[in-house]
Design a protein around this ligand. Structure first.
Ligand SMILES: N[C@@H](CCC(=O)N[C@@H](CS)C(=O)NCC(=O)O)C(=O)O
Length: 286
């Protein structure tokens, strides 16, 4: 009986992976490229893994990587081929088509950073071998994933995309984003521990910074004033100036903050375009 059950589990598992692989074969052909294949759009969560990939590439720790742009306008993030990599239907997602091993699928931006760090940054340039420091790094990673990401994301929604202006929603999420920014500001200033810092953890640039800066640099999009947080604003600039960051911000296309600086009308066009696909997506869910 147990053997029959085991056989049936193996058969189900095989059938599922065949289905997944067949869904993948309906996607862009680049999904089959050897090595690292990142599926993304130009957004803060999309930026995070590219920050690390570009740093690793600059140091020769990875040869290169493939990126597959995902079109929100065409709702590609909800296509079968995309959801075969990330069942949550949201970017970013990573396929590592490894030599001599089954491809691995990694999703959730922080999980991608941790996977890339563990696998390709083996001497821990951007994370820590020291377990206490690595735990501290995880504090900041979980904090952004559960804090600024979702709160600032909602502030963006109510401030830029919602079809009606709901002041309560705008204020609630902007205020919560400001509250979270103040925690970074105090941490960098050493307000509580008396220790001024250039980076979030352990005195060096790590994946905790890479996981956080792409959101904070976009404060204006949520209607939050970054200039009210000078230590945080200086930290954003420190990261922004890195050659790897500049390269990353061009993947899969030039980032919107640079485009807005060049063409202020672009902000309205982008808000309208984004609002259209978000509303279309909401209708599709009903
Ligand atoms: N917690 C996820 C969030 C991913 C996420 O929300 N991605 C957004 C872009 S920043 C997305 O794909 N939105 C498309 C949609 O909602 O359909 C992560 O960190 O990867």
């Amino acid at each position: 009986m147990q053997a029959a059950q085991r056989l049936s589990n193996v058969a189900t598992h095989l059938a599922r992976s065949v289905m997944t692989d067949s869904a993948l074969s309906h996607g862009p052909k680049e999904l089959q490229n050897k090595g690292l294949v990142l599926l993304l759009a130009q957004t803060p969560n999309g930026n995070k893994p590219v920050y690390l990939l570009e740093e690793l590439k600059a140091l020769g720790k990875i040869p290169d990587y493939t990126f597959v742009p995902v079109s929100f306008g065409k709702n590609e993030q909800k296509s079968d081929w995309f959801e075969a990599v990330n069942p949550n239907g949201r970017i970013p997602a990573l396929l590592d088509n490894r030599e001599g091993k089954k491809p691995i699928k990694v999703w959730e931006s922080a999980s991608i950073l941790l996977y890339l760090a563990k696998t390709y940054d083996t001497d821990a340039t951007f994370h820590f071998k020291d377990e206490d420091l690595q735990t501290e790094l995880l504090n900041w990673i979980f904090f952004i994933q559960g804090g600024v990401g979702p709160m600032q994301g909602q502030a963006n929604h109510f401030f830029r995309y919602a079809p009606e202006k709901i002041e309560y929603g705008i204020k609630r999420y902007q205020d919560e984003t400001r509250r979270l920014y103040q925690i970074y500001e105090d941490h960098l200033n050493g307000t509580k521990d008396g220790e001024k810092k250039e980076w979030l953890v352990g005195g060096k640039y790590t994946i905790a910074d890479m996981c956080t800066q792409p959101w904070v640099r976009m404060a204006m999009w949520a209607g939050v004033e970054l200039e009210k947080f000078p230590a945080l604003a200086a930290w954003v600039e420190r990261i922004e100036k890195r050659p790897a960051t500049q390269a990353a911000l061009k993947v899969p296309e030039q980032d919107m903050l640079s485009k807005i600086k060049d063409d202020p009308e672009y902000a309205d066009q982008l808000a309208k375009k984004s609002s259209d696909w978000i509303m279309k997506g909401n209708q599709a869910k009903k």
